[in-house]
Design a protein around this ligand. Structure first.
Ligand code: MSP
Length: 494
């Protein structure tokens, strides 16, 4: 059986989740649900990244011990998986000694055994916000442009990972598309970053990094973010504990925003090559979400809490809006006004009305039931559905989720105009084309519900329920669909 393994980045627990995190999680969930729908054995992993100076400082600031603090914030990310109706199979925490640490030790030891770790002196500028060293040339007026803080000057002994050894091999792997990057437009960016890459610091002195995993066999050093955080993608499926990981590894899609592409496209595969492990098949990279045109920030006070949003609008409208409005290639903007416009337009008018008026027409004109037969399906409409399927699959495979949805809405517009053209409400019950009109539109709606299942699982189920149907599209022909209930899917927002 085909398998599909999809991951999100593991999120830092220095602060509670916002809609940027929600975006990544929903995108990965769409991929997981879509592949399950295709019948693939699917594993979807998400979780939290809990070590490091940034988190230790955030804990201290809130007057808590790091362990207590990370439990609290990680709990909020875990709650978010429920709020967003994510179908993740596991939630990994890097502080989990039983699940995660064994995997980290194992990969560390494999990389060491390949001769790729050496002791060296590091001198550099360290940005706590980034949890990483930062180049002088990246500073603006002496401060980190992302965090507006001055970096710390650091000189220390630590283990280095011989990344430079893998540069040429990685370059070739990207050129030959062995590891795919979607959108493809980012490949050149990765190749340029590769050219500039040097060996990376892989540990930090324990005295400077207290909140972390100790290097096996050297308690003067703690494992730095790379081998700790990135390894979650393996430890989350069993690596270090059992052999189950072999079933799902390599990952089929690793979802992230552009901010962390560099280390996922360079450090991570180099680590895997060094440890003799397979490489992920694809990195799916999306842009950044701004709010009302501005970068989300606590100082501006425009950080949007996804749980509040779901409380106000419901989970499916939020899932829909984020997946529809933000293209994966570019940055996207969030505003409640736009969400409400899409709710009333796309969801209430185009989708909701189509479903309710079709259900009502079947009730009034066909005694509430349709024998779903091939011969009553309009040929042009059938072709339209086939074209949509092709475009929809292609858009998802290429991580253009907004485009996949745009295709579904084109199909819905077609169905609405098909109804307006045939005007079944004005026809007698025995009119020749009545059955054809109703069967055709019902067919489009069932297909649309199938397409929407990964994006809006609850809505899709409600549509199927309205007509007594389900997502098993292979069984539709020859079945009798009976209208069960007609409730508006998306009451209009005032
Ligand atoms: N812990 C690291 C990742 C380690 S993965 C082995 C990290 N964490 S993070 O909490 O900062 O999350 C980064 C990810 O959150 C981004 O790559 C992206 O997926 C998501 N986003 C955070 N802010 C975002 C936006 N404003 N817009 C879209 N996605 C955003 O980096």
């Amino acid at each position: 059986m085909d398998k599909f393994y999809v991951t999100t980045p593991i999120f830092y627990v220095n602060d509670k989740p916002h809609i940027g995190h929600a975006f990544t999680c929903i995108a990965a969930d769409v991929l997981a649900r879509y592949n399950r729908l295709l019948g693939k054995e699917t594993f979807f992993l998400t979780g939290t990244d809990e070590h490091g100076a940034k988190i230790a400082r955030a804990a201290e600031k809130s007057g808590m011990e790091p362990a207590q603090f990370t439990d609290k914030i990680s709990g909020k990310f875990k709650d978010l998986t429920k709020v967003l109706n994510l179908s993740n199979d596991f939630f990994i925490r890097t502080t989990d000694k039983e699940i995660h640490w064994q995997g980290v030790f194992k990969i560390w030891n494999s990389i060491k055994a390949s001769g790729d770790l050496y002791m060296g002196e590091y001198e550099g500028l360290y940005c706590v916000g980034h949890e990483a060293f930062i180049k002088k040339s990246d500073l603006k007026n002496g401060v980190c442009p992302d965090h507006q803080t001055e970096p710390e000057k650091i000189k220390e002994e630590n283990y280095f990972f011989r990344l430079s050894k893998y540069k040429d091999e990685l370059k070739k792997l990207y050129q030959d598309e062995v590891i795919k990057i979607k959108p493809q437009s980012r490949v050149n960016e990765v190749i340029a970053m590769l050219e500039e890459s040097e060996d990376v610091s892989f540990s930090r002195p324990s005295k400077d990094l207290k909140w972390g995993i100790t290097v096996p066999g050297d308690d003067t050093q703690k494992i730095y973010v790379w081998a700790d955080a990135l390894t979650n993608y393996l430890s989350g499926i069993g690596y270090g504990r059992n052999e189950d990981w072999r079933k799902f590894w390599p990952a089929d899609a690793q979802v992230m925003a552009k901010d962390i592409l560099r280390f996922h496209a360079i450090i991570w595969p180099a680590m895997l090559l060094s440890a003799g492990l397979d490489l992920p098949k694809a990195l799916f990279v999306h842009g950044f979400l701004t709010v009302d045109g501005q970068k989300m920030s606590k100082t501006i006070g425009n950080v949007v809490d996804p749980s509040e949003l779901v409380k106000k609008y419901g989970v499916d409208p939020v899932r829909y809006f984020l997946m529809r409005e933000v293209s994966s290639a570019d940055d996207g903007d969030f505003s409640e006004k736009k969400l409400e416009e899409r709710h009333n337009g796309d969801l209430a008018n185009n989708l909701g009305n189509l479903v309710s008026r079709t259900a009502k027409l079947i009730e009034t004109k066909a005694s509430g039931e349709i024998n779903f037969e091939e011969k009553f399906i309009d040929l042009e409409a059938k072709k339209k559905v086939e074209d949509t399927t092709e475009k929809f699959d292609d858009a998802i495979d290429n991580f253009r989720l907004h485009e996949a949805l745009a295709n579904v809405w084109e199909l819905l517009a077609y169905a609405n105009s098909f109804l307006d053209f045939h005007k079944p409400w004005a026809k007698d019950e025995d009119a020749e084309d009545l059955l054809l009109t109703l069967t055709t539109v019902l067919g489009i709606i069932l297909n649309a519900a199938w397409f929407l299942k990964p994006f809006m699982p609850e809505t899709s189920d409600k549509i199927f329920e309205t007509f007594g149907a389900d997502e098993d599209y292979k069984s539709w022909i020859g079945r009798k669909f009976v209208v069960k209930k007609v409730e508006p899917l998306f009451p209009r927002l005032k």
